[in-house]
Write a protein that binds this ligand. Structure first.
Ligand SMILES: Nc1ncnc2c1ncn2[C@@H]1O[C@H](COP(=O)(O)OP(=O)(O)OP(=O)(O)O)[C@@H](O)[C@H]1O
Length: 121
């Protein structure tokens, strides 16, 4: 995510929703969004063993288990040290994104930045 230790293939964090987490580097992007409400279908089991790269730009967050995978990235459980908020961090390896899809990824990131999901209980 995007969060961590990066060359051109590394991922840079890009986050929102609960904290002041730094800027990361310029090679990848990550988004931090509130975790979905309980009961939302997830694919947690299959990704338990995959570990997130703890990007310095996400120093305010502790990244945990991988809870899902999309076309270009992985989503991890995360915890905001400052607020105690549980969030989901999506890491996208920019090097893996075809140039023709980059714009779409940027649009998704903008959407996620403005997304605020509240727990219902
Ligand atoms: N905020 C969230 N809380 C909990 N789980 C999430 C959250 N966001 C994503 N996930 C999980 O991570 C998976 C991957 O999400 P991601 O947004 O990367 O891809 P997608 O939208 O499902 O697929 P694609 O990348 O093909 O569009 C989701 O299917 C879901 O299981």
């Amino acid at each position: 995510m995007a969060p961590t230790g990066m060359g051109s293939s590394a991922e840079r964090p890009y986050h929102h929703g609960g904290g002041n987490s730094g800027s990361g580097n310029s090679n990848g992007k990550a988004a931090v969004v509130p975790a979905k409400t309980p009961g939302t279908p997830r694919r947690e089991q299959s990704y338990r063993l995959e570990k997130a790269v703890q990007d310095p730009g996400l120093k305010d967050y502790r990244l945990g288990d991988c809870i899902g995978k999309g076309a270009f990235g992985s989503v991890y459980k995360a915890f905001n040290w400052g607020t105690g908020e549980a969030v989901a961090v999506k890491q996208i390896k920019i090097a893996d994104v075809p140039k023709s899809e980059l714009r779409m990824v940027e649009v998704e990131i903008d959407l996620l930045k403005n997304l605020h999901v509240r727990r219902t209980r």
